[in-house]
Structures are given as structure tokens and as C-alpha cells.
Design a protein around this ligand. Structure first.
Ligand code: DAH
Length: 341
């Protein structure tokens, strides 16, 4: 039998000589291929017996693993050299530029959004993505705001030349999502919304909301309160007291404004809650029968709740951000504070 040490020495020489991927491939075939030296050695084992066979088998296998590992390493080296040569000769790249540009950070809205997604996922909700450009029907008619209804005045809308609109609220996705899941809907849908606002510390023309809907048999206001309380307590990391006040939104009946007891002073009154002890946080209500019917759901049999959480506002509250304009400023100095730890 051929001396393995001798074979190993030859292999290393040939390996070092291989300067191209094709040459390396030839070496690989010469050793590991169907008729390669290692394969031949393994075939030769059948002529041996007992201890001799076992011992030779082990040595050959060790050698085989060595060959495989060396070839892999050499292949990676050749590939790296090839890449470097390509970049060096390509005028579009400057390989002398330092690569350590520092680690990026997640935007505070992304942080809050992901946190909410986790909470709702754990409660059996699906997470839906939706378009930013929608039809007027989706944005208004389908959520019970007919043409010329005064409720349209509350949302100063960007109309596109093709008649579509930039979605003014995440409610614009309700119809599509209700159609998708029917009477078993449990979904949240975060999204960017647009309104023609005059900018100041608390108004932006581009902001985020997160809509949630749950439909089924016997869904009631108690379910709504339960989910909102659970979600808000998770977000703020402590039990949160909520209250409902009547509020008007065409797509819910009854409709509410959900307030939370001020998380800063605990309800005794402070500048954050303007001394009232409560903070208005999330409009919500029981989905209007018209909205269910327009999505093909039998409103006699099924009911559901909906809420429209101001994601931007929640992020500002959670992180104590005073000026909404900071969020879209692209200012690294401001945004870098939100490192994920
Ligand atoms: N779409 C409303 C807005 O942006 C917010 C809203 C209110 C959403 C009540 C809801 C809801 O789902 O039930 O002004």
C-alpha cells in the first residue's frame, strides 16, 4: 500500500502550486474524485483483514478529512484573492476607504412597532402589511365615510392625479384585511400615513399608526378593553389603568376615545397630562355593521372591535420625545440615542 505520509507530502505541494480555481479542482479530483488516490486507497481496504483493516481505514479517513479541509481553505483563499483583484481594478470602489462606519441603530418607531408586533403575535393576531397609496374607496367609502361626508374634512388628504390617495389612516386597509380573513379576523396592521398638516412640535405630514381589528362571534367591548389593557401594560412595563369616553368615528358604533391614566404622575396631575391625570391615547370602538357588510361579513352574526393606535405618538410618549419633527429629521445625533441593547 502506498505510504500515506508520502501521499500527504505530494498533496501539499500540489495544493500550494494551485493558483487558480480550475487547478485546485484538478487537485481535488486527483485525490477525492472517483478514481482519485484517496478513493483508490479506500477501495484497497477490502484486501485487508481484522486489525490491519481497521487501522488502515482510520488512517485513510483522517487523511481524507485533511484533504477536504485543506481544499476548502485554499478555495476560500483563492476566492478572496479573486474578489480583491476585481475590486482593485474596478474604478467604482475605493478599497482604501475604512470600512468601520459604526453600527447603525433602529428608529424609535421601529422599536415600538416591533415590540407591539411581538405582543399581538403572542395573543394570536396576524401582522399585515399594506400599501401606502390606496383608492378613495378603501380610504373612505369602505370605512363608512361616503363622498361629501363631513368626516372627510378631518383628514386633509393628498390626492394623486390618478384619483388615488396617500392613505390618511391605517383604517384604509380594514376592508382588504376583513375580506382576507372574514369572520375570523385577528390582525394588526402598522403603516405610514399622510396628511397635509401644518408642521409643529406635535404635527407631521407623515406619521405612523397601528390599526387592530378582531372579528368573531360574541366579540364585545370587554374584549376590546382587555386587549388594550394587556398591550399597554406590556409597552409601559407596568399595569396601566384605562378609561373610555364616547368618541365619534364613522367606522365604529359605539366609538370611544381610550385614555390611559398618566404614566408619569400616576393620575395625580402633572405637566405631561396637563394636570388632568389622563392621557388620550387610542381611538377605538365596535366595528360599524356597514363596514362588516362591505367586506362581505354577516353583521347579524358577527361583531368585532377596531382600534387606531398612534404609533408615532406612542413612541414619543415611551421615549419622552418632545418634538415630532425629530423623528423624520434623519439627524443621527438624535436617532443614535436609541441603540438596541
Ligand atoms: N382612523 C382613525 C384616524 O386616523 C383612528 C381610528 C379611530 C381607528 C377609531 C379605528 C377606530 O380603528 O376604531 O383618525
Amino acid at each position: 500500500m502506498l505510504n500515506i505520509e508520502e501521499l500527504s507530502r505530494r498533496f501539499r505541494e500540489e495544493l500550494a502550486a494551485a493558483q487558480e480555481t480550475e487547478e485546485l479542482e484538478k487537485v481535488r479530483i486527483a485525490y477525492l474524485g472517483k478514481k482519485g488516490s484517496v478513493t483508490e486507497l479506500l477501495k484497497g481496504l477490502k484486501n485487508l483483514n481484522g486489525d490491519e483493516k481497521r487501522e488502515a481505514g482510520q488512517r485513510i479517513n483522517t487523511f481524507k478529512q485533511e484533504v477536504q479541509a485543506f481544499i476548502q481553505k485554499r478555495s476560500a483563499e483563492l476566492e478572496a484573492a479573486r474578489q480583491e483583484a476585481r475590486l482593485k481594478n474596478d474604478p467604482r470602489y475605493d478599497i482604501s476607504m475604512p470600512v468601520d462606519l459604526g453600527q447603525g441603530t433602529l428608529h424609535p418607531i421601529t422599536l415600538v412597532q416591533r415590540e407591539l408586533e411581538e405582543i399581538f403575535k403572542s395573543m394570536g393576531f396576524t401582522i399585515e402589511d399594506y400599501k401606502e397609496i390606496v383608492t378613495e374607496y378603501e380610504c373612505f367609502e369602505a370605512v363608512n365615510i361616503p363622498k361629501y361626508h363631513p368626516a372627510r374634512d378631518m383628514q386633509d388628504t393628498y390626492y394623486l392625479e390618478n384619483g388615488q390617495v396617500l392613505k390618511t389612516h391605517t383604517s384604509a386597509a380594514q376592508n382588504a384585511i376583513l375580506r382576507k380573513y372574514g369572520a375570523n379576523t385577528r390582525a394588526i396592521f402598522p403603516g405610514r400615513c399622510f396628511r397635509n398638516e401644518a408642521l409643529d412640535a406635535s404635527h407631521e405630514n407623515t406619521f405612523f399608526q397601528m390599526e387592530g381589528i378582531m372579528v368573531g362571534e360574541d366579540i364585545s367591548i370587554s374584549n376590546l378593553i382587555y386587549f388594550m389593557k394587556t398591550m399597554l401594560s406590556e409597552v409601559f412595563g407596568k399595569p396601566i389603568t384605562v378609561r373610555l369616553r364616547p368618541g365619534f368615528f364613522p367606522f365604529v358604533e359605539p366609538g370611544f376615545e381610550l385614555d390611559i391614566q398618566c404614566h408619569v404622575c400616576g393620575g395625580t396631575g402633572c405637566p405631561t397630562c396637563k394636570q388632568s391625570g389622563w392621557i388620550e391615547l387610542c381611538p377605538c370602538g365596535m366595528i360599524h355593521p356597514n363596514v362588516l357588510e362591505m367586506a362581505g361579513i354577516d353583521s347579524e352574526k358577527y361583531s368585532g372591535f377596531a382600534f387606531g393606535l398612534g404609533l408615532t405618538r406612542l413612541a414619543m410618549m415611551k421615549y419622552g420625545i418632545k418634538d415630532i419633527r425629530m423623528l423624520n429629521s434623519g439627524s443621527l445625533k438624535a436617532l443614535e440615542q436609541f441603540k438596541v441593547r
